[in-house]
Write a protein that binds this ligand. Structure first.
Ligand code: PBG
Length: 333
């Protein structure tokens, strides 16, 4: 495509910016409530709402309040929520066995949500970090993150999540070959309609800091995740990973974090045309909230502008902690 226009003054770009009506007609990209996936932190107990200090406005919720949040999502028209468990440190082991306990916190939350609000799609996190004494997404032996042994664990975890009623599995672990293994296991167990949204291009990022506080992984994590998450300097590798995951049976793919990686979103969408999502991660949320909290930026406008940027970059949807607030603003029109 090569946009052309007449020379000035025949072309005056300000003509189409003159009034709200003309601006509405010429607006190319739009954010809709249907683009939003709302990540939620679940904890044990009842009636508990526990603020996450590094994510102002975000709380860890007990299952009853997670169900209420899912009801709120349904009322607002948010199509999907994504669950992250805050696991009791006493349940974290080197073998990560709690990950495939059918009655672990995440699976109990899935069942409660699907019973109360079946129309809201429930997405899960498939990675071992909430259950791992080492804080890593994979099993660790002698300081090394084990790929193939981790995949076997992720497959068990996927099957219990599918059994609990998850609509979308979100492997966020970055092990090689997990999509194919999960897909084969799901097909084999009769879970033919459970979707996989692969965290295909996930970078080793400082922007995950507040999330690790929220799920209680900060203290547990030894070292960094550089041997499995991508280096921020790489771009072509993202395309190779997305292609690999699509070929292994992913239905949707994700780029993560979001705002510093919009170029990757655009390349992924243009190259594959697959359903493409960005995760506006905890640190991105925290930055906007912190600046707005100081009165340095207009929080609502910065939020909406950041989310629209994902649409402009080619994303079909966005995982964002702003989901309910953005949905409310969008509903006002
Ligand atoms: C871990 C996981 C992380 C996030 C989602 N799943 C953190 C990490 O990889 O250390 C980050 C989300 C966010 O920062 O909002 N499996």
């Amino acid at each position: 495509m090569r946009p052309i226009s007449a020379p000035a003054p025949a072309a005056r770009f300000r003509r189409m910016r003159r009034t709200p009506a003309l601006r509405a007609l010429t607006q190319q990209h739009r954010l809709g409530i249907g683009d939003l996936i709302w990540p939620l932190f679940v904890r044990d107990g009842t009636g508990l709402r526990e603020p996450v200090p590094s994510m102002p406005g975000v709380d860890r919720l007990s299952i009853d309040l997670i169900v209420a949040a899912a009801e709120e999502a349904a009322q607002l028209g948010i199509p999907a929520i994504c669950l992250f468990p805050y696991t009791d440190p006493a349940l974290k082991t080197a073998g990560c066995e709690e990950a495939w306990n059918p009655d672990n916190l995440a699976n109990r939350a899935i069942r409660a949500i699907k019973a109360a609000v079946p129309d809201v799609a429930v997405m899960t996190d498939v990675a071992l970090d909430p259950y791992n004494a080492h804080g890593h997404d994979g099993l660790v032996r002698d300081g090394v993150i084990l790929n193939d042994e981790t995949i076997a664990a992720l497959v068990r975890m996927s099957l219990v999540q599918a059994e609990a009623g998850a609509d979308i599995l979100g492997p966020s672990d970055m092990m090689d070959g997990r999509i194919g293994a999960m897909r084969a296991a799901l097909e084999g167990a009769g879970h033919k309609d459970v979707a996989i949204l692969s965290y295909a291009a996930k970078y080793a990022s400082a922007f995950y800091g507040p999330f690790r506080d929220a799920v209680g992984a900060t203290g547990a994590l030894k070292g960094d995740k550089l041997t499995y998450q991508m280096h921020p300097g790489n771009s072509d590798e993202a395309l190779r990973l997305v292609e690999r995951d699509l070929r292994e049976g992913a239905d949707m793919v994700m780029v993560k974090p979001g705002m510093p990686y919009l170029d990757i979103c655009r390349r992924v969408k243009d190259t594959f045309g697959a359903p493409t999502y960005a995760y506006q991660v905890s640190g991105e949320y925290a930055m906007i909230q912190a600046a707005a909290g100081h009165g340095w930026i207009d929080g609502d406008r910065a939020m909406m502008e950041s989310l629209l940027g994902f649409k402009r970059a080619g994303c079909d949807g966005i995982l964002t902690y702003f989901a309910p607030r953005a949905a409310r603003l969008l509903a006002q029109g």
